[in-house]
Ligand binder design. Structure first.
Ligand code: BGP
Length: 468
């Protein structure tokens, strides 16, 4: 018997910038993701422009901009109930600060959402998935500038109205807690050579403006259509203390709070008490007007969307500026790792669902979970057993969390079709149930091929999680 509620949203998730390609087509402007080159050091030595002679696999990606109809037809064969993607903000407002939107961009997403609906697939849409228009970074300094609030508001008004009746599930900022760990992607911040205090001030101003923008999005979204469900989205792989030394336990919890700070504000509608101490200890000068606090209070998110891939291990004294998103910490001897060194820890999914339910009593939406592997085509087939095991183990833990009392409304596997990796910019880190013949150097036929896991996920969905 299935342990999953009727109507559970089984799905898959991608982001516009990692799949669509066509990075300048039909009037699209550059976003922060478009200027990141390939390679694991892609976040070092950032230049705010596309550079000659540098290879950007994401500029073509898997060409989803042109192939979405065929790709959605394939995804529909799996039986997805929902599909998460983002709207590339710079397709709608190429520079981010215009008054009038780009019709071609709006029409593209309208057709994509209609295509999804024609298969009874519910679109789940992220308003900004590492996709701040680059112009807003260069001309305004990114989200540390409060002018971005009104630009985002205008963007939200336009898309909520245009897609009324087509889209019900929304999320404001993807992994908003990456404001600290990946400032350019998370908050359009190009951190130069400044001291720690200034860095923190920029980051906390940026997150504050994003909180206000997110709250305004919730208010506008509800006003346009009271059916709209608008969530926040965080990277929430749990943090364990490295030992039972109370110092490590305390340090791990402190680090955890730096991440949960974001959902504390977006779900409780106020800054947590522990924030005062952060401000005092770093002697931060922050401008947080009381009118903003009223907006944050009113625009509380409807649900908590989060990504979960692994757990991390933390000990006292580990130097971390900011929060946990993206941090792996010490090696955990009890866990196996993916080829990219990410600890595999399904039980941690149950752990984190319980932690979040206890803290917020809000619906949870697991909007990213998956494993990057080196998939090899042998005799026209791809045997991706490790992906099936990962999927099975995580779905099992999700079922346990539901039995524990967590209200989990859906699960979207990250990258149901291979896409470009956010961390490395490469194709080789594949998450898909559908293989795309495109290689790191840009070669490949772009053909799609079902992996073994395609059939496995289909069976899980067909049986509403009963057959694992
Ligand atoms: C999350 C991002 C995604 C994504 C995923 C996997 O942090 O929201 O955009 O790609 O992680 O990471 P990677 O692509 O680096 O393997």
């Amino acid at each position: 018997m299935s342990k999953f509620p009727e109507g559970f949203l089984w799905g898959g998730a991608i982001a516009a910038n990692q799949a669509e390609g066509a990075y300048l087509e039909d009037g699209k402007g550059l976003s922060v993701s478009d200027i990141l080159p390939v390679g694991k050091n892609r976040f070092d030595d950032l230049k705010l422009e596309v550079r000659d002679g540098v290879f950007y696999p994401s500029h073509e990606a898997i060409d989803f901009y042109h192939t979405y109809k065929e790709d959605i037809a394939l995804l529909a064969e799996i039986g997805l109930k929902c599909f998460r993607t983002s709207i590339a903000w710079s397709r709608i407002f190429p520079n981010g600060d215009e008054q009038e939107p780009n019709e071609k961009g709006l029409a593209f997403y309208e057709d994509m959402f209609q295509t999804l609906k024609s298969y009874n697939i519910e679109p789940v849409i992220t308003l900004s998935h590492f996709e701040t228009p680059l112009h807003l970074v260069k001309a305004y300094g990114g989200w540390k500038n409060r002018k971005l609030i009104s630009f985002f508001e205008r963007y939200c008004e336009v898309v909520f109205n245009r897609y009324k009746g087509l889209v019900k599930y929304w999320m404001t900022f993807n992994e908003i807690n990456h404001t600290h760990t990946l400032p350019l992607l998370g908050a359009g911040l190009h951190i130069g050579d400044v001291d720690e205090k200034e860095k923190l001030e920029d980051m906390y101003h940026a997150s504050h403006h994003m909180f206000v923008a997110s709250a305004k999005a919730v208010l506008i979204g509800h006003q346009v259509d009271n059916e709209n469900q608008i969530g926040c989205m965080l990277s929430l792989s749990p943090v364990y203390p490295a030992t039972c030394n109370p110092e490590d336990i305390f340090a791990a919890n402190e680090l955890r709070r730096r991440s949960l700070f974001y959902s504390d504000v977006q779900l409780r509608g106020e800054y947590p008490a522990y924030f005062n101490r952060i401000v005092e200890e770093h002697e931060l000068n922050l401008t947080i007007p009381s009118e903003d606090l009223a907006v944050i209070k009113e625009g509380v998110c409807d649900y908590l969307g989060f990504s979960f891939y692994r757990s991390s291990l933390h000990e006292a004294g580990m130097k971390i500026l900011g929060n946990t998103g993206g941090i792996i910490g010490k090696k955990n001897p009890y866990l196996q790792e993916t080829p990219w060194g990410w600890p595999i820890d399904p039980l941690a999914l149950r752990y984190v669902c319980n932690e979040l339910t206890d803290r917020y009593q809000k619906p949870l939406f697991i909007v990213e979970n998956g494993i990057g592997l080196h998939d090899k085509v042998v005799d026209g087939k791809i045997d991706d057993r490790d992906r099936m095991v990962y999927l099975k183990d995580h779905v099992e833990m999700m079922a346990e969390a539901i039995k524990d009392g967590c209200n989990i409304i859906g699960y979207t596997w990250w990258g149901p079709i291979d896409i470009v990796s956010a961390g490395t910019g490469e194709m080789e880190k594949r998450y898909g149930f559908i293989y795309v013949d495109k290689q790191n150097d840009g070669s490949g036929s772009m053909k799609r091929l079902k992996k073994e896991s395609f059939h496995y996920y289909k069976k899980i969905i067909e049986t509403n999680g009963a057959s694992l």
